[in-house]
Structures are given as structure tokens and as C-alpha cells.
Design a protein around this ligand. Structure first.
Ligand SMILES: Nc1ncnc2c1ncn2[C@@H]1O[C@H](COP(=O)(O)OP(=O)(O)OP(=O)(O)O)[C@@H](O)[C@H]1O
Length: 287
């Protein structure tokens, strides 16, 4: 059995390095709790080391650090010039703002990774501490679902790579959502409001067992967004957790984790059920 355990751990190591997409699994004829515990502990250590190395030296982190250095160099070149003109002063201010946004993105990435580490290391009490007032960006509890944890890690790396400004504000958004009934989010076009906000809510588990509803003015937009959501969060939620109500009028029960529909469809649901039972959050996009 020792060799079988080692093989599974080695295969997971391969997968974490991106050398395979196979899902290593130990299928034993007889369930032996001590073996299961050993495998769990070894995989926790392997995943923790992987997360720590991504935080320290991952390709996406190196890229972001290089961007920060580049911005620093540009800001520095302004500082060395004497008697800066107003136009150059404004340019310098814009560069500093751009750099701050990149730094915030990197912090948010580390925050997400710490959240995963906390879950991985929590088993023996040696919890990796986050900031005290941090909001959990991932809802992780119960048994270790290794393919899901790996998907979350990959999703975070992609988010850091993607450059969408909303990622830098994830903590702020989640804190506001935890503390307030209504939030209005304003951001430039393409900043990630439609594609990311619902993912942040679903990741954080803010809706618990209830649903998150996201509305779009048109059916086509709701369908496209649902597809995009499935694609970007592939492997991060249970199957069938994303649903798109296909008609303008629907008598379907709202039960999936995330439901995309038209504004009109939500209105029909509301007329039928004034308390919108089973719905925890409503995101009215393009309001
Ligand atoms: N289906 C898709 N396929 C490929 N890229 C997409 C898709 N949907 C969105 N994107 C890209 O994702 C990024 C974020 O888009 P998103 O729609 O979330 O921004 P937004 O802030 O909601 O913009 P807007 O205010 O215009 O609605 C953009 O760069 C967009 O081009």
C-alpha cells in the first residue's frame, strides 16, 4: 500500500507541475483509515508546498513583480527630472496609480492563496495566518476535494494573469457585501463586473446553500455569460451548479448555486414569490 500511496502523491506532483491532466485517485478494495489519513496528510503537504512556491516564485507572480519594477523605473525617471511640467506631473501620478493597482492585484492573489493554505494546513493547527479582518475569498470546508482545490489554484493564477481591474478590489467588494444589503458597483467597461463579480460571490460562499441570481437585459447576454462563467470556473464547483433560465417567463424553481436569467424573468419570479425564497444574492447587471 505504501507504494500505491507514493504513486498517487507522485502523480499529483506531476499534475501540479502541469505535466498531466489525469486525476490521480486511490481506489482500495478495503478502506483503511490510517492509509487514507496518510494520503491526505501527504497531499496536504504537497499542495501547501505548491501554493507557497507559487506565492514566492510562480511565473504569474514573477511577471507581476517585473511589471511593478518597470513602473517604479518609469516613476523614478520622472523624479530625477527637475522642474516637472504639469503634463509630466499628471503622467507620473497616473503611473503611480497604475503601479498601486498592480500591487493590489498581487496582494489579492496572495490573499486567495493564503485562504487555500489555511484550509490545507488547518488540519494540524499550524494555520497560515491571514490578516485578522480578511474576508474568506473561498468557501473551503469538509473533506479535501483535490481536483477542486487544484482548479481553484489555477483559477487564481489565471485571474492574476488576466489583468481585470476588479480582481484588485475583491476583498473590498466582499467586505461591503457582507456588511450591506445593497451595493452599487461602478467600473469602466471591460473591468470585469459581469464576468467576475458573480464568481467572487460564488467562491466566497456568501450565499451558503441558497442561490445567486444574476440578471441581464437580454436572453442572449444571459446565455453567453452563463457559458463564460462555466468556462472560467471549470472544476471549481459541483457539476450543474450553474444554470441559465432559458425563457423570458419561467415557472422553474430557483435552486442552482448560480442562476443567470433576464430581468423580466426575475420579475416574474418575484410576482409569484415576493420573498424570493432560496435566493441569497441578486446581481442586476447593466442596470
Ligand atoms: N464570452 C467571452 N469570451 C471572451 N472574452 C470575454 C467574454 N466575455 C467577456 N470577455 C472579456 O472579459 C473581460 C471582462 O468583461 P466583462 O463583461 O466582465 O466587463 P464589464 O466590466 O462587465 O464590462 P461592461 O461594463 O461593458 O459590461 C473583457 O476583456 C471582455 O472582453
Amino acid at each position: 500500500m505504501y507504494h500505491a500511496l507514493s504513486a498517487v502523491v507522485a502523480l499529483w506532483d506531476y499534475r501540479l507541475q502541469g505535466k498531466t491532466l489525469l486525476v490521480p485517485e486511490l481506489v482500495a478494495n478495503v478502506s483503511v483509515p490510517s492509509d487514507e489519513e496518510e494520503l491526505r496528510d501527504r497531499l496536504c503537504d504537497l499542495f501547501s508546498a505548491h501554493v507557497l512556491s507559487l506565492m514566492e516564485n510562480g511565473d504569474c507572480v514573477k511577471k507581476v513583480r517585473a511589471e511593478i519594477e518597470e513602473k517604479d523605473r518609469k516613476v523614478e525617471s520622472f523624479s530625477s527630472k527637475r522642474g516637472i511640467k504639469l503634463e509630466a506631473f499628471e503622467r507620473k501620478k497616473a503611473l503611480i496609480a497604475e503601479k498601486d493597482l498592480i500591487v493590489k492585484r498581487l496582494e489579492e492573489f496572495k490573499n486567495g492563496m493564503k485562504n487555500i493554505l489555511k484550509f490545507l494546513q488547518g488540519r494540524d493547527g499550524s494555520v497560515y495566518d491571514g490578516e485578522k479582518d480578511d474576508v474568506a475569498v473561498f468557501s473551503l470546508e469538509g473533506t479535501y476535494d483535490w481536483p477542486r482545490i487544484h482548479s481553484l489554484i489555477r483559477m487564481e493564477c489565471r485571474r492574476l494573469d488576466d489583468w481585470l481591474p476588479i480582481y484588485a478590489y475583491r476583498q473590498n467588494i466582499l467586505k461591503r457585501i457582507h456588511g450591506e444589503q445593497v451595493m452599487v458597483s461602478i467600473g469602466e467597461t471591460g473591468s470585469g463586473k459581469s464576468t467576475q463579480l458573480v464568481q467572487f460571490l460564488a467562491d466566497s460562499g456568501v450565499a451558503a446553500a441558497e442561490s445567486i441570481v444574476c440578471t441581464q437585459p437580454r436572453k442572449m447576454a444571459a446565455l453567453t455569460l452563463a457559458d463564460r462563467f462555466r468556462e472560467e470556473s471549470n472544476g471549481c464547483y459541483e457539476e450543474n451548479s450553474v444554470h441559465c433560465t432559458p425563457a423570458f417567463f419561467s415557472t422553474e424553481q430557483i435552486s442552482s448555486k448560480v442562476v443567470f436569467m433576464t430581468d423580466n424573468c426575475l420579475l416574474q419570479h418575484y410576482i409569484k414569490d415576493r420573498s424570493l425564497s432560496g435566493v441569497s444574492c441578486v446581481v442586476i447587471d447593466e442596470a
